[in-house]
Ligand binder design. Sequence first.
Ligand SMILES: Nc1ncnc2c1ncn2[C@@H]1O[C@H](COP(=O)(O)OP(=O)(O)OP(=O)(O)O)[C@@H](O)[C@H]1O
Ligand SMILES: [Mg+2]
Length: 445
Amino acid sequence: MPVDSTPFPPLTLALLAGAGLAAAGLFAFVRHRWTAPARRLEEMLAELSAGRVPRSFILPGPPAFIRIAGQVEKIAARQDRLLEQARREEYSLRAILRSMTEGVLVVDANHVVREVNEAFLRQFALRTNPIGRTVLEAVRIAAVEEAIVETFRSGQAHEREITLSPANPDEPPRHFDVSAMPVRRAGTEDVVAVFHDISRLKQLEDVRREFVANVSHELRTPLSIFRGYVETLIDQPHVPPAELQRILATMLRHSQRLNALVDDLLMLARLESRRIALDAVAVRLEPFLGRIAGDLKMKLADKQLTLVLALPEGLPPLEADPFRLEQVIYNLLDNAIKYSEPDGRITISAEVAGPMMRLHVTDHGKGIPPADLPHIFERFYRVDKARSRDQGGTGLGLSIVKHIVQLHGGEVAAESQLNHGTTITVALPLAEEEKEKEAPQNPTS
Ligand SMILES: Nc1ncnc2c1ncn2[C@@H]1O[C@H](COP(=O)(O)OP(=O)(O)OP(=O)(O)O)[C@@H](O)[C@H]1O
Ligand SMILES: [Mg+2]
């Protein structure tokens, strides 16, 4: 009996082939419907996790994929907003740090510098970037390191003042107010320190202290003289008339000195607060100085001094408040007379320099030592304190001169040679119409 060698009848084979084809078709269908969009979804998520925005959020496939794509697009939009917000915050933070006049230093728990602003680099004259180095390496100031250590140790805000000695001994020390604050960030602790430069404040404090000490000292001298004489008069009511006359004359002299001191102090206070309104007009120097020379005739004659007005022909007028200008010239001549030897000569000369007039008062007196010269415009500064005070000087005269001149928009300078004489130069603006004449002509006009 013939045996059919095929294990399956043709119909079965056909069915099997059909089923195979169907499976392949199904596989292709599933692959097309699920695998391709799944792969696309994977690509999309990879783009997002790398911080990029996918080209599109369209996923061809079953509705579930379309919904997923919608959600992914929302996540991407949210991520984009968060990134933009972070960028804006970072930008604002940088802008704030950059615009601050206070120095800012951020340090991590290992005392490594994480952030600084430009003001900090300037304050400590740092030329290399300190980020990544320890505070001590970067700033090399033990007090700063101590402030950081103390803040980490206590976990509390910490404030201290630090003083830096200058590298150059001619410069004043610098003072900082340091406020350090612990800040928790993502489980770690940083310290943010803010450096406020208070050098100017300290300097003003010193000036004020010195000023009060000077004023008290100046007031004490005449007051103790008054007190001494009044006590003498109480103890001995019958003082001989000649002695009484001498006592009263001394008291009068010191009361005048006291008056002069108070007047000068008030004048300085008004000048410094710029509460003085200038009544500036065009002033012709020749008649103006002629009048002052006339007023001082007696004083000059007492010391056999000659005052020479060496003004060039056709000198243009100044723009000045005549009353204040008189104070300037009186003070300069008063010094020239006071510090000249008898029989000497004092010269006032002038020249035009651009929009300004330069006025020089020159004497051939005792001069000023080079070390004192830079200080003579300071309040109460006197080269020979005892002598100046004996002559009724308060040491405020040149300080008043400087302030008046500056109020006019001018400047003062001094030159001197010990035992040969002194020249004080005052530069003041020319009257408005003269400035135009003196201004260089514009060649194109
Ligand atoms: N022409 C000068 N020659 C020498 N020393 C001068 C001259 N002008 C100023 N000085 C020095 O500068 C110091 C300051 O001068 P300033 O006019 O401010 O004070 P003063 O003359 O002592 O007192 P005041 O002018 O208040 O009466 C003087 O004490 C003096 O030592
Ligand atoms: Mg004087």
